[in-house]
Design a protein around this ligand. Sequence first.
Ligand SMILES: NC(=O)c1ccc[n+]([C@@H]2O[C@H](COP(=O)([O-])OP(=O)(O)OC[C@H]3O[C@@H](n4cnc5c(N)ncnc54)[C@H](OP(=O)(O)O)[C@@H]3O)[C@@H](O)[C@H]2O)c1
Length: 246
Amino acid sequence: MAQTVVVSGGGSGIGRAVAVTLAGSARHVTVVGRRAGPLETLAATHPDTIDLVAADVSTPDGAQHVLDHLDGSGHTCTGVVAAAGGLSPVSEPGDNLAAVAGGWQAAFRSNVLTAVLLVEALTPALRDASGRVVLLSSVAALRGSGSGPYGAMKAALHAWMFDLARDLGRHGGTANAVAPGFVPDTEFWDGHLDDELIRRKSLETLVGRPGTPGEVASLIAWLLGPDGGWVTGQVLSPNGGSTLGR
Ligand SMILES: NC(=O)c1ccc[n+]([C@@H]2O[C@H](COP(=O)([O-])OP(=O)(O)OC[C@H]3O[C@@H](n4cnc5c(N)ncnc54)[C@H](OP(=O)(O)O)[C@@H]3O)[C@@H](O)[C@H]2O)c1
């Protein structure tokens, strides 16, 4: 059976860069996102190596749809990159508790359930294939985000990833979290970016500049590649040394 790496959030930003990097080294990729349009645009550039599934992987039905698609396409999953996620609206000071609960639940669905449901759906295949998992966390998980639940939700992925690494390790597989710093060339920052923010975030780093989706993708591709098999249970933070690596 042909092999594939499933990349959620593959239609834009870091997930898209991962898909392009893997496809560039002749690996087959199945990209997942809610909007079909960006996925179709990407798949059209690599018709032989990038397949797509439009699905909301924060829901059981969406994750099951990805599994059903792989069964139908005859691909077996040897890796998962869980990049779906991002900021969701948060409550403001003075909002009522229902608004606070709503903000945390939205962040949980967006950043935790998207990873958990997709990986759980694919875990039997990953065990059979000595598969590799990379969860997209954030430097916010290491030092807070200043914006409510986002950093806490990403930190939740770390503890779950440790258990995943133990499980997959028994089958020869790996699990890691990649926790990037500031990567502005992504939809994550749509509507939030201005020159002052870029200047301030760049100054937080030791190298004086933001990261690129391609730099993060390159690290992830290494974790999924032939030399990555002995790195597992780790939180790796490509962040330009911001706040000395945290
Ligand atoms: N950019 C940064 O500075 C930065 C820093 C640290 C961590 N991160 C993390 O890196 C990951 C990738 O983000 P990015 O920066 O590349 O931003 P992005 O361009 O917004 O990518 C996020 C992708 O996730 C998809 N997505 C969101 N919810 C989904 C769901 N429920 N089901 C399926 N797909 C879903 C989105 O597509 P649809 O809307 O079409 O579903 C989108 O393509 C995120 O987890 C983010 O939190 C980003």
